[in-house]
Design a protein around this ligand. Structure first.
Ligand code: NI
Length: 175
């Protein structure tokens, strides 16, 4: 069990395309995923990608019952998703506020597909194949972007809708 340091935007690992996981059911993989959950819990995040703790592997975790960061969000099942693939069900997109543990203190409006299907495996190699919509779909797209070296500020279309959470809250700009 260990809380790891979360890399911040500007660190080169966050810009890399992460490598697929090829070995499952290993102690090293289990330990890494445990560290990811410990780190996500400590930071009160709703998702975390392995590159954020300087492990350039295609692993994301996400899920929560109730999030302090996103109090209005519907619960998402706690998930370990390895080597993920996302399919967009239709062309519909929605703009919504996002934050990232690698971009602390900031929020920005990012368009994301509303309906997706995501596939992958868990740490034991069991298949995962799910449909998701809205915030669940947003979280998965955000986390999987990390595996391709993409951070959400790169996807903001209107830079007027990007700022420090404290300032935005003060002005009630958040939806
Ligand atoms: Ni993030």
């Amino acid at each position: 069990m260990a809380v790891r340091q979360v890399l911040r935007m500007g660190h080169p690992t966050l810009l890399k395309v992460a490598q697929p996981v090829t070995e499952f059911n290993t102690a090293a993989l289990d330990r890494l995923i445990e560290d990811m959950f410990d780190t996500m819990a400590e930071q009160e995040g709703v998702g975390l990608a392995a590159p954020q703790i300087d492990e350039s592997l295609r692993i994301v975790i996400f899920g929560f019952e109730l999030s302090e960061r996103y109090p209005d969000a519907e619960p998402i099942p706690t998930t370990v998703l390895i080597n993920p693939v996302i399919e967009f069900i239709d062309a519909e997109q929605q703009a919504g506020w996002e934050g990232c543990l690698s971009v602390p203190g900031l929020r920005g409006v990012v368009p994301r597909y509303t309906h997706i299907r995501y596939c992958g495996v868990d740490q034991a190699g069991n298949a995962i194949d799910r449909m998701a919509k809205d915030f669940h779909a947003r979280v998965v797209q955000h986390e999987v972007d990390h595996l391709d070296g993409i951070l959400y500020p790169q996807k903001i279309e209107d830079m007027n809708q990007f700022g420090f959470l404290e300032e935005l809250e003060l002005r009630n700009k958040l939806d």
